[in-house]
Design a protein around this ligand. Structure first.
Ligand code: ZN
Length: 178
């Protein structure tokens, strides 16, 4: 059980998300981000499958076939597109990703930037969150709403090409002011 290592990792990740969210004016989300990681269901799994370089949920999944911690997490945290997966009102369409409110798309973006920084440490570059997203994007299908995916992808590209300061300013002045 890597209690201290896991606690340090989630505290560090949370403090980065808070710093990023505060820069664009999302104070409440910055403070409350990922609180469920401190619940026993998520915290104990995190200590048991602590990795340091990737999410412990991946290790739990490999060990047992699925991640109880992740199922608990995504059902309670609105900054994950998986939270928004629901039956379509069109009965022929089945289960689809619903359009996320903009403030949660921004928190999802900040979460991805912070996760890259947490796991990459001093190797972090502004391109990594984009590369990570693009590796998995083709497999998402209808699980993420096309407008949600487009905004996330657009911001990740801006981060890769123009850097953090400009992208955060754009989010604060253009995206969240609308
Ligand atoms: Zn989260």
């Amino acid at each position: 059980m890597k209690v201290w290592q896991h606690l340090r990792t989630i505290n560090h990740h949370k403090s980065l998300v808070m710093k990023h969210c505060f820069k664009v004016g999302l104070y409440k989300q910055g403070l409350l981000h990922d609180m469920s990681k401190y619940s026993p269901t998520e915290f104990l799994v995190g200590c048991r499958y602590y990795q340091g370089t990737r999410s412990p949920n991946n290790a739990e999944r490999e060990a047992t076939g699925y991640s109880k911690a992740w199922l608990h997490h995504k059902g309670r945290n609105k900054h994950h597109y998986e939270y928004w997966i629901d039956y379509s009102v069109d009965p022929g369409e089945g289960i689809v990703g619903q359009k996320m409110p903009i403030k949660y798309v921004i928190e999802m973006f900040m979460d991805r930037v912070a996760a890259s920084k947490t796991y990459q440490g001093s190797n972090y570059t502004d391109r990594q969150p984009l590369e990570y997203y693009e590796k998995g994007a083709a497999k998402l299908g209808k699980m993420i709403h096309p407008e949600t995916a487009a905004l996330l992808h657009f911001l990740l590209k801006m981060l890769a090409e123009e850097g953090e300061e400009k992208t955060f300013r754009y989010i604060r002045r253009k995206i969240l002011k609308k």
